[in-house]
Design a protein around this ligand. Structure first.
Ligand code: BDR
Ligand code: CA
Length: 321
């Protein structure tokens, strides 16, 4: 069975991605969660991941804190999330939904990098890695252990926008904008990546009709999922009403990693704009665009109906218990 590592800034849709992964035990074994930053700082994202695992009775899954600031971050104060991220996910990252702390602790600070390197060397092409926050930990992994790029590991990242506008600037998506240098390194280091960006995640939308099904379960997990996701939907309806609900960004990346037939991709060697108003834009790399070898597959279409049905079936079944 394939092994899975989630690299999350947990975060509302990151929490939904954990639920999807835990509901997919027939297909994949979640061997660990690593904590990046973005929606929240690393310690809070790690706290949230531990709490979500506890809610679903999965205290066996270890959580490893990752790199806690952008590669080029220079400041007297520790990195903290932008006001926009706080508005979208709430100050606690979970939209204020009540979720007790897990009784257990995370692994050692900074241990994510070596955990991922060891797992990639152990499992090779049987390992799926799904980064859904700032790409700093993944870039650090590939810089420290370049052999990982050739070991067959599959990296399916949520981030970027190739054919549609960004969501934190006219051209930048949030996860790429958190650390454009790290994302650029990831795209250009030779590692095999699949980009699941706004091109497809804004086509997989959850509405209040679906969260009502979770609330109707009458379970703590159902209430938590409904409260958290209703907050997310309300922010979307205010900020991007044309979408009609909340985008299932991070769960779609997990689903596509497990079952690539859910998406259609095209091969494009990417780079990230690092300057000025275009900073954070994912765009074709002029130096590698015509190379026969494409290291990045970009998702340009998605079977939304199949994914949404599968998402609701798996997450609802998990929340029933
Ligand atoms: C991405 O940014 C974060 O806010 C979400 O968790 C998701 O990973 C969407 O742009
Ligand atoms: Ca995320």
């Amino acid at each position: 069975m394939k092994k899975l590592i989630l690299d999350l800034d947990t975060g509302i849709d990151d929490a939904l991605a954990i639920a999807y992964a835990l509901g997919s035990t027939n297909e994949v074994e979640l061997i660990g969660i690593t904590g990046t930053y973005g929606n929240v700082i690393v310690p809070l994202g790690v706290r949230n991941a531990l709490a979500v695992l506890h809610l679903f009775g999965r205290d066996d899954v270890p959580v490893y804190p990752g790199v806690d600031q952008p590669l080029n971050y220079v400041s007297a104060t520790p990195w903290s999330p932008a006001a926009g991220s706080v508005a979208v996910h709430g100050a606690d990252g979970l939209g204020g939904a009540q979720l007790p702390d897990s009784p257990r602790s995370a692994e050692a600070p900074g241990s994510a990098v070596d955990f991922i390197i060891d797992a990639a060397r152990t499992y090779g092409s049987d390992l799926l890695i799904v980064p859904t926050g700032a790409m700093t930990t993944m870039a650090t992994v590939l810089h420290k252990a370049p052999d990982i790029a050739d070991c067959g590991v599959k990296i399916t990242m949520m981030g970027g926008a190739l054919t549609v506008p960004g969501n934190v600037s006219p051209c930048a998506e949030a996860n790429i904008a958190q650390d454009p240098e790290a994302a650029d390194y990831l795209f250009r280091c030779g590692a095999r990546t699949t980009m699941v960006g706004l091109d497809v995640t804004h086509r997989t939308v959850l509405t209040y009709a679906q969260t009502a099904r979770w609330r109707a379960l009458g379970t703590p997990a159902g209430d938590f999922l409904a409260d958290m996701t209703d907050y997310y939907i309300s922010v979307y309806l205010k900020n991007q009403p044309q979408i009609g609900g909340c985008g299932l960004h991070d769960p779609l990346a997990v689903a596509a990693a497990i079952d690539p037939t859910l998406i259609d991709t095209i091969g494009v060697n990417l780079t990230v704009d690092l300057d000025g108003a275009f900073r954070g834009r994912t765009i074709g790399d002029p130096e590698r665009l015509r190379d026969a070898d494409k290291t990045t597959q970009v998702a340009v279409d998605v079977d939304s109906q199949t994914f949404l049905t599968r998402f609701m079936n798996r997450v609802t079944a998990l929340a029933e218990r």
